[in-house]
Write a protein that binds this ligand. Structure first.
Ligand SMILES: Cc1cc2nc3c(=O)[nH]c(=O)nc-3n(C[C@H](O)[C@H](O)[C@H](O)COP(=O)(O)OP(=O)(O)OC[C@H]3O[C@@H](n4cnc5c(N)ncnc54)[C@H](O)[C@@H]3O)c2cc1C
Length: 466
């Protein structure tokens, strides 16, 4: 048998981890990686830090110059324009056609463009590629004022980044506080304080109704309140969507993303998908969900690559993907924020109301709310700007939000992911300021001697201090 040809569209976390997994199992197979961005693999989360002047372009790169050569990966900077899944061919924009034995789609996600009139003026930016980040930096040199819209992490990163580029920055929020679908009031307040400390002008209950220009370039925005802000740049981070252009109209099962089974295989056996573009079974909601996060892209890419080798050699896929609890760590205006699993946001209607549960993926539009009826309760503790909030359903912690001190991030990730039994929410609530210590104890006792025994009279030995 001749060596199979593995074709991977996408040179990001999912595509490259798939290529590495293939090479570990198949030393001879031909591996081609296609990318429409002219860079070796880089950290997409890292472009936010590039905008903050905290890392250089070189530091954003995740793989060395000779990595592709060493692994015999043929990296081509070419845009794929269409797929012919019947004849197993991909068509490139330069007219070239490439045949494959097994195909992997790892095309990522794209920022949703804003829709206000004037959205096509020069000076309107999204933040999803290194090139966009570089354009923002270059434009900032000639601009004075920027207006940023969006409610999630990327919007905050953009506002902070534009401020660090020396711009007068206005940050518009549709609601009356920051990120109400995830933060409680106190948490919103902590971040708000930092935003004001950075010198960013924060406007609540505001949005852009129109951008106007001069010579095709942004000159200002009109707001819902009737106010006007003169500006030369607009940053929009209003959501992200899987990059599905190549599969539209093809006989491949798809919803918001490409539907894949537990082997990351699509409804066509020789086509795999991983990363932001894949919609895989989610054990928490028991439905296929998108998961626009870096660790998911690495993990799914690896499993898909492993299974592509099986399929190339006529075997059944042998690696199974089990989704971990979603985990996102971010530095927002100097505040460390980690969100794990599903977070309950209390309604304003009283202590015993059923909480609304949110799961964070990337981009405000990717927060989903649990469709099932279940009772969740939150327990929390804070010391100054450090806080921990957990969401408990029956006897398991299903989610956590940490601000400031991050010591409990790994313990909580473990307890949530492994669905370790814990005392009820009521018992945890009663621990008051001992909550962080109780969490640490639960984790330690589970590591050392499962099944765990729990005493609610925790020692006065709090590791979670500021
Ligand atoms: C600003 C920012 C900050 C982020 N921060 C975090 C964070 O803190 N934590 C976290 O977990 N996640 C974060 N993310 C999300 C994370 O970066 C993504 O989930 C991850 O990069 C997805 O990897 P991927 O391989 O699926 O796709 P991508 O990294 O997007 O790669 C897609 C690849 O497909 C290629 N491609 C697409 N279409 C074509 C085509 N037609 N032809 C050829 N090539 C094509 C592209 O060139 C690219 O190489 C952030 C994202 C952004 C934008």
């Amino acid at each position: 048998m001749t060596s199979p040809h593995y074709l991977i569209i996408g040179n990001g976390a999912a595509g490259v981890s798939a290529a590495e997994a293939i090479r570990r199992r198949d030393a001879r197979g031909r591996i081609t990686i296609l990318s429409d961005e002219p860079y070796r693999m880089y950290s997409r989360p890292g472009i936010a830090y590039y905008l903050l002047n905290q890392v250089s372009e070189q530091q954003v790169m995740c793989r060395s110059q000779n990595f592709y050569q060493t692994h015999q990966f043929n990296l081509l900077f070419r845009t794929v324009t269409s797929l012919d899944v019947t004849h197993q061919l991909v068509h490139l924009e330069n007219g070239q056609t490439i045949a494959y034995d097994v195909l992997m789609l790892a095309t990522g996600a794209k920022a949703t463009p804003p829709t206000f009139p004037g959205n096509d003026l020069e000076g309107v930016f999204t933040l999803d590629t290194l090139d966009n980040a570089k354009r923002i930096v270059a434009s900032s040199r000639k601009a004075k004022t920027a207006v940023v819209i969006g409610g999630g992490i990327t919007a905050m990163e953009m506002a902070e980044g534009m401020r660090r580029q020396g711009l007068q920055t206005h940050f518009l929020q549709r609601g009356s506080r920051l990120w109400p679908r995830l933060f409680d009031e106190r948490e919103s307040g902590v971040v708000e304080q930092q935003i004001r400390h950075e010198g960013i002008h924060l406007h609540y209950n505001e949005e852009i109704v129109e951008a106007y220009g001069k010579n095709g370039k942004v000159a200002g925005v009109r707001l819902q309140s009737g106010r006007e802000i003169k500006c030369q740049m607009i940053g929009a981070a209003i959501g992200v969507k899987p990059n599905m252009t190549l599969v539209h109209g093809l006989p491949i099962e798809q919803q918001q993303g490409i539907l894949v089974n537990e082997h990351l295989q699509s409804s066509l056996p020789t086509l795999f998908a991983a990363g932001d573009v894949a919609q895989a079974y989610d054990r928490w909601t028991k439905t296929p969900q998108l998961d626009i996060l870096w660790p998911t892209a690495l993990q799914t890419g690896q499993i898909a690559g492993h299974n592509m080798v099986d399929v190339a050699y006529g075997r059944k896929p042998s690696a199974t993907y089990q989704k971990s609890s979603p985990f996102n760590a971010a530095l927002l205006f100097g505040v460390h924020v980690t969100v794990i699993g599903r977070i309950g946001v209390k309604s304003d209607r009283g202590e015993n109301e059923v909480e609304q549960i949110s799961h964070l993926s990337r981009g405000a539009s990717q927060i989903w709310t649990a469709p099932f009826a279940a009772t969740y309760r939150s327990a929390w503790d804070n010391k100054g700007d450090n806080s921990v909030r957990i969401t408990v359903q029956d006897n398991t912690i299903v989610g956590a939000l940490l601000m400031g001190n991050q010591e409990l991030a790994d313990p909580l990730r473990h307890l949530i992911d492994q669905q370790i039994l814990v005392p009820t929410a009521e018992t945890l609530l009663a621990t008051g300021s001992q909550l962080p210590h109780v969490i640490a104890t639960l984790w330690q006792s589970h590591l050392s001697s499962p099944p765990l025994s729990f005493s609610s009279s925790a020692q006065n030995n709090n590791r979670f201090t500021s």
